[in-house]
Write a new protein. Sequence first.
Length: 75
Amino acid sequence: MGGLIEKRRIISNFIVNSPKRIFLLCSKDTFGNSKTIDKVFGMLNEIVEQVSEEHVVQFVTDNAVNYNAAIGSLH
């Protein structure tokens, strides 16, 4: 495909659901960060700080590393 570089990505979407509306807070390319608890924790902690811990109700994830990091970010 003449000059196109294939880039592998893992996209994490952070969605806010409030009584007024649902919206995309941000999307991050997390390729290389999604397999280590420390990096995932840092990313999730940043989001929790942005929206305030009392507003976080649920993390939805697809693997154990991200689950453990999500649980850790609330403690």
